[in-house]
Ligand binder design. Sequence first.
Ligand code: ANZ
Length: 844
Amino acid sequence: EEVYDFAAIQAKWQPIWEELEPFRTNDPGDTRPRKYVLDMFPYPSGDLHMGHAEVYALGDIVARYWRQQGFNVLHPIGWDSFGLPAENAAIKRGIDPRGWTYDNIAQQKKSMKLYAASFDWSRELHTSDPEYYKWNQWLFLQLYKKGLAYRKDSWVNWDPVDQTVLANEQVLSDGTSERSGAVVVKKKLTQWYFKITDYADRLLDDLNQLEGTWPAKVLNMQRNWIGRSIGADVDFAIEGREERISVFTTRPDTLYGATFMVVAPDADLAAELVADASPAVKERFQDYLVKVQNSTEIERQATDREKTGVFLERYAINPANGERLPIWAADYVLADYGHGAVMAVPAHDQRDLDFARRFDLPVIVVVDTTATVTGMIPVITHEMIDGTEVVPTLDPARTGVALTGEGRLINSGALNGLSKNTAVKRMIEQLAAAGTGRAAKNYRLRDWLISRQRYWGTPIPIIHGQDGAEIPVPEDQLPVLLPPTDGLDLKPKGTSPLGGATDWVNVPNPIDGTPARRDADTMDTFVDSSWYFLRFLNPTDDTKAFDPREADKWAPVDQYVGGVEHAILHLLYARFMTKVLFDLGYVSFTEPFTALLNQGMVILDGAKMSKSKGNLVYFTEEVDQFGVDAVRLTMAFAGPPEDDIDWADVSPVGSAKFLARAWRVARDVTSAPGGEWKTGDPALRRVTHRFLADAPGLVESFKFNVVVARLMELVNATRKVIDTGAGAADAAVREAAEVTAIALNLFAPYAAEDMWQHLGYEPCVALVQWRKADRTLLVEESVTAVVQVDGKVRARLEVSPKISGEDLERLARTSAEVIRRIGDREIVNLIVRAPKLVSIVTSA
Ligand code: ANZ
């Protein structure tokens, strides 16, 4: 007997699809509505892994689905092929990163083709091709012209192992490098930045447009990352200094409670302020600074650490009441947030209170948090003494708990009696009137550091003149090609390896021909991926980065699919770049990805898979053993796509068995195509049409696992009719088998195509349209509900099996027979068991 042989089926169909190219989307006359479905492109770090197997299975369901629904679907793929892993591999093996990268791409491409995701391969791109990175350089120049790309000297996150600068986003919450795992330290360097902070408000506010189509978790992460705070800048006069010092505060209402000032030790301000201090203090400050520079931002902000600091022997003057405030340097204040200095209000800020208690500084309460404020619950400090609650205390210096809640102002001159919110407004007005402050906003978001001192990336298209001038490389001279690696030392050392390419680096100044030097840094690879979705629209065009007319047709991306590990970095940068391109007039939309689906991770026995843990499940092994379709189906069937898939808990064997079952149904069909469906078994037809009616909604809400389960039911129902019902020649059996093939195309394209052929059709089943459910077959059969009056059956009602208790009760109460039987007696009890029973007890 003929058996389901996945390997033979794969070998049969792959070359046919290769030849037919069913997923090319290049017909300009195509008038169907469009959908752009994009899966995050892979990094070519080796062969595909199980994470890829998941994302490309899920993204493909969406792409195939919209095609079946009559859409012209763009579903491209490419490679994010610049970056550190290639360079590190090259260093380790003494080879060129190009070879390593393109070999891996070839390997992944082979696997990807076998995996049969419905990509338009004619649009394949590699970000490490000069044809691509030329446009990174062009983009850089557009940002530069707009003042959005600039260089500055600054403290950067330095990875001492990879010897490179990291973006804040690449530093994990434990202060180690996302890439190397090394503890990240601070280092001062001149670096290129993109001014993403200019877009902070728009990046935040536009998240509202994505509500409902992006995961709430991602929206939150983006919001927190941008971290907008609303408050005021307050200017403090400084004794013996001409200029005032501004601080940012979210609580200008507490200005009367400020009892000292704190500056970040690593801010230039601190060094300046300490310059006039005694030698002993200077020395203490220097020692302190060294310690601070060796700690991470996370450590510095940890609330459970004992506070440290140095008094700078300087004083500020409180603009509200003229009080003299000692100025300290302490590491809980960060140099690059706000103004790198704070007004410390220990009564109402926990960090300030910890500091005041540690160094015995005064604490003045200015908000009575025990007072009632309309619409607010007073938040008061309750103290436990010997197990009993002692309420309330306004003595934070003793309790050690800052009063951060709502309340009414005290000890604050004209502000006394006001609620916190009113006092905030009033204080800002007062400061503004006096010229010593103003309303201000602050963001956690920092500018995007794009310089990398590494080889395998896009060269920055700037030439430095002898006089220090920055000269953009003229656009007609792009791309600035990466020099060959010959003779270059790629080993990380803190300066870019490109600097060693003498012939490359030394160029005449484009303006006056004097000797000049190319910028030797390369760009963060997140630049590459910030706009790649646009390059897919015309990937071979060598006259422009992308075609705005094509962008109007296809973009923004309707459905983006990828891992939650990109929830901040990549998505934020792509959103930023889209807004920049909008402002420059190149695109007509402001958000790149209309909808986002984050798939979970593939784990094993509850643990993340990794080479080092030795718990890797290999893509090729799974595919060889169970077949592409079974692996893909398993990914879809495992559960909601956003959940992690524990590969130990799923059953590719079960998937393969189901596929064999479905395939055998198609093979068993004996009727010819084109028969009358209407003559078929009505019960099976109802199952088929219920499936046709329900599946689209389920796919659109990403309940792929439910669709698979329903498909299994359909196959079982069909098998039953073949074996013990109307038989294989019944029209309903053919109908069900055809629908199964069409639907299975979403999950298991090889089996589906083979079934389609067995059913007598030409390829490709992927281009066959979804069948409309016949509404007349969706009417549910009714059930009989019994109505009892005082224990005797008095009426029978034909109702829907899904009727609600309320509806059934109403039907019973309005039934003529029931009304007649009750007569003028009163109903004392009524029990409803929908859909079967209503029991009425009367007063008789
Ligand atoms: C006085 C004050 C009183 C504050 C009070 C808070 C409570 P977010 O919400 O995170 O923006 N701050 C300002 N600049 C800082 C810096 N460079 N490093 C560390 N802390 C800094 O926090 C704003 C608050 O954080 C500011 O408001 C300031 O402390 C502190 F009852 O000013 B506040």
